[in-house]
Design a protein around this ligand. Structure first.
Ligand code: CO
Length: 137
């Protein structure tokens, strides 16, 4: 069968100081911010820097009970999740469930940029937090 994974949508990196991280990517690599968003439901602020058809997503918590705040506390700054672009988030999520994988989102939900997303637990995916991203058509 054809792969459900169309593209790396983004690689997410958790940082303590979003402005400092954005400035570093701009100054060192000449990268530019294509999108910024506060995702209230996840308690994060994000900046997306384009790399070809994908993004680096710099993430910082906006409140103490944010999962990203807990992640920074436990593991420090660094790689947080890998997001794969899929044609249909529900189909990809069901494929994970059918394989016996653990999911964080039982059903797809709204993500940033008008996307539809679902997270897969790292326990069932060889240690990587995976986000399935369906881009609005
Ligand atoms: Co993400």
């Amino acid at each position: 069968m054809d792969s459900m994974l169309i593209e790396i949508d983004h690689v997410a990196i958790a940082v303590r100081d979003l402005e400092a991280a954005v400035t570093w990517y701009q100054d060192v690599f000449g990268a530019s911010v294509e999108h910024r968003e506060d995702v209230e439901s996840d308690g994060v602020a994000e900046a997306l820097l384009r790399v070809a058809d994908s993004y680096i997503q710099l993430l910082t918590p906006t409140r103490d009970d944010s999962p990203v705040a807990k992640y920074l506390e436990k593991k420090g700054e660094g790689l947080h999740h890998v997001a794969y672009r899929v044609a249909n988030c529900a189909d990809a999520l069901n494929a994970v469930k059918a394989s016996g994988g653990q999911v964080i989102d039982e059903v797809p939900r709204p993500g940033s940029r008008g996307t539809t997303v679902a997270f897969v637990h790292p326990k069932g995916s060889f240690g990587t937090l995976i986000e399935l991203v369906q881009v609005a058509s």
